[in-house]
Design a protein around this ligand. Structure first.
Ligand code: MIC
Ligand code: SF4
Length: 644
């Protein structure tokens, strides 16, 4: 039987397990990436692992998220990452070089390689045919230390692309359309593999826009074949030798199939406050806007920004709108400067930001109170922009740019046809902002005062009786659990400081309640922990004494992060059992025995007298990790059971 592309790459990298969906597999890891906001924890964990050098073929440490340097804190983080990279044999991409996913695609990602990154949008490299997976920081540290990664074998969903996009529809509209259909939990446990004649009409950066936002579907990853367009892209990057042709076998089998007719896609908008709240643009046309932000790892390629420059050329940004543009990389920004498009952007009134994540993670450019912001980004969760009352809409660069001119959401169909003429790609390569390990001279790791040790759990107690310190609904994001933004991002290496702000936008008393009750349990709905890969959303609750989360379902990366920290992720067996009130006292007796015995855990709601049936949906290895109170203890015990 033929293999699909996902199976082909996995089988080439398979170390143990079988490729049956739902079963645990271990694969070899060719490359890793980290970025600064998750990276400091990753490297603290790597240091705890006692290895001399990374075992991967290539590991890159980026600084792209927090570059505001409002105090010493994040300059300390940058220096720590730079020096630790030098020590362990990791390439260091300096601040200003660009967003990790954009630079990885341009300079490092290879078709057929595996990539594990401490950022949920790592699947961007699926646009070039890599099997690229976002993971929690500890899993990336393990990947660097051992060149392996353990995961659940996903189902493979074939997305057959028919036809060709018609102007003004773009790759962004394709993925928004899919998100509208499948929702933010539609991809959990799946890889989306794109095939069909439509694929050849999409360039690598367009494919990367689609695979990037596969993260919003909750997917393990998304992938395109490696074909002539891939070769063309690699040639422009001077990396022709990295090309291999890759695709599924003709008789490949898939677990699911969906078909998307590209010729029927029209401009789409994801409305506040979720990337799957998607509507066709005609339902929103005329909505007044106050800010437009163009950039992020979804839409900041050279082609994206040239198109924006064409739209703005000779025109003036609407007086009620602030337009900010953050180019994806130094390469993109330089090319815009070389060809003169940068001049057109500046002349129109666009505010040019440095190449990095910037407003996407709330690092500056927070809208005014009740502001309406149109963004080419991938997430519009409430408060993520830095302004809780702001409304954020997600659109393509074309829609964003034309709307910036009119001061309201505007259908890009009104644009003249020359805007959509193919962009002539130029080649410009300059890697002087990447420091290879051999040129990174500070081999002494430097840790400033902002860098605090990460918390460690202890093996679970036999009997636990604790309060429900928080009850929340469906689709809680890691931005809800551990908010980011300009005020908090400088403290990603400082769990005690962050702990004061855990769930602050949901329940400002959460942290205090945890302290008063000596920790406790969290009760949640579906898809708990969707969004970012930040393991701070597990480390901080651990620090506050959270023992277990009871939910209807969990998002993949967050569940792995909970397990790695030793917080037990439990799923309600009967939805009715989720009828638990805040501050009810829950007792789990013989927890260790129950964990060892099977996958059902019984708890008692002492406040109501009702019994609760919970499922522990983990692999044997993950169960051992939980019995040890987290991965670091498990590792220290040599992978043996901590409770005998
Ligand atoms: C995000 O888009 O939320 C981030 C910031 O890139 C995160 C990582 C983080 O929280 O540091 C992600 O997507 O994993
Ligand atoms: Fe950076 Fe935004 Fe991409 Fe996250 S989603 S990596 S914050 S640009």
């Amino acid at each position: 039987m033929g293999l699909n592309l996902t199976q082909k790459i996995i089988s080439k990298h398979l170390i143990s397990g079988s490729m049956e969906p739902g079963k645990e597999i271990e694969i070899s890891v060719d490359s890793t990436l980290t970025q600064d906001s998750t990276g400091t924890m990753v490297y603290l964990q790597l240091e705890a692992m006692d290895v001399e050098k990374v075992k991967t073929k290539l590991s890159v440490a980026y600084v792209d998220h927090n570059m505001l340097q409002t105090g010493f804190e994040n300059a300390d983080d940058h220096l720590y990452i730079k020096t630790v990279a030098g020590k362990y044999g990791i390439h260091f991409s300096r601040p200003g070089n660009g967003i990790c996913h954009q630079v990885q695609l341009e300079r490092f990602a290879k078709p057929g390689w595996t990539l594990v990154g401490s950022d949920s949008h790592t699947p961007t490299a699926g646009g070039i045919g890599s099997l690229a997976i976002g993971a929690g920081g500890l899993d990336v540290a393990i990947a660097m230390a051992t060149a392996t990664y353990s995961m659940t074998m996903p189902k493979v969903c074939n997305v057959i692309l028919k036809g060709k996009l018609k102007h003004p529809a773009t790759a962004k509209d394709v993925i928004l359309y899919i998100l509208g259909k499948l929702t933010v939990k539609g991809g959990v446990g799946k890889v989306f593999e794109y095939t069909g004649e439509g694929v050849k009409h999409l360039s690598v950066p367009e494919r990367a826009t689609i695979t990037n936002m596969g993260a919003e579907l909750g997917a393990t990853t998304s992938i395109f074949p490696s074909d002539d367009n891939t070769l063309e892209y690699l040639k422009l990057q001077g990396r022709e030798e990295d090309f291999v042709e890759l695709g599924p076998d003709e008789d490949a089998k898939y677990d699911e199939v969906i078909t998307v007719d590209l010729s029927k896609i029209t401009p789409m908008v994801a409305c506040p406050h979720s990337p799957d709240n998607v509507k066709p643009i005609n339902e929103l046309e005329g909505t007044k806007i106050t800010q437009v932000a163009i950039g992020s790892c979804t839409n900041s390629s050279y082609k994206d920004l040239v198109t924006v420059a064409r739209i703005l050329k000779g025109k003036k940004v609407h007086p009620d709108v602030s337009l900010v543009v953050s180019p994806g990389s130094k390469q993109v920004l330089t090319k815009l400067a070389m060809t003169g498009e940068l001049k057109d952007l500046i002349a129109s009134g666009a505010r040019i930001l440095e190449s990095g994540c910037g407003p996407c993670i709330g690092m500056g450019q927070a809208p005014e109170s009740d502001g309406v912001s149109l963004r080419t980004f991938n997430r519009n969760f409430e408060g993520r922009s830095g302004t809780k009352s702001a409304k954020v809409y997600l659109v393509s660069p074309e829609t964003a740019a034309v709307s910036a001119l009119y001061g309201k959401i505007t259908d890009p169909s009104i644009l003249e046809s020359h805007i959509f003429e193919p962009v002539e790609e130029i080649s410009y390569i300059n890697d002087n902002m990447v420091l290879p390990p051999e040129e990174n001279l500070n081999k002494q790791v430097i840790k400033g005062p902002n860098i605090k040790p990460f918390p460690l759990n202890t093996p679970p107690a036999d009997n636990i009786s604790k309060k429900v310190v928080l009850k929340v609904g469906d689709n809680i994001t890691t931005d809800h659990i551990m908010p980011s933004g300009a005020k908090l991002l400088p403290y990603r290496s400082n769990i005690p400081h962050l702990s004061q702000y855990c769930f602050s936008g949901v329940d400002p008393d959460f942290s205090e309640n945890c302290r008063k009750s000596g920790g406790g349990f969290i009760v949640a709905g579906e898809n708990y922990g969707q969004g970012s890969s930040r393991e701070h959303a597990a480390l901080v609750p651990l620090y506050l004494g959270i023992k277990a989360v009871f939910a209807k379902s969990f998002a993949r990366i967050h569940k792995a992060n909970l397990i790695n920290t030793g917080i037990i992720p439990l799923v309600f067996k009967n939805p009715k059992d989720s009828e638990i009130n805040s501050f009810d006292e829950i007792e789990i007796k013989d927890l260790v025995k129950q964990l060892k015995q099977g996958n059902e855990i019984y708890a008692l709601n002492k406040s109501t007298g009702k019994s609760i049936k919970l499922l522990l949906e983990v692999t044997d290895r993950e169960k051992e990790i939980l019995l040890c109170g987290g991965y670091i203890n498990y590792m220290k015990s040599g992978g043996r059971a901590c409770h005998v």
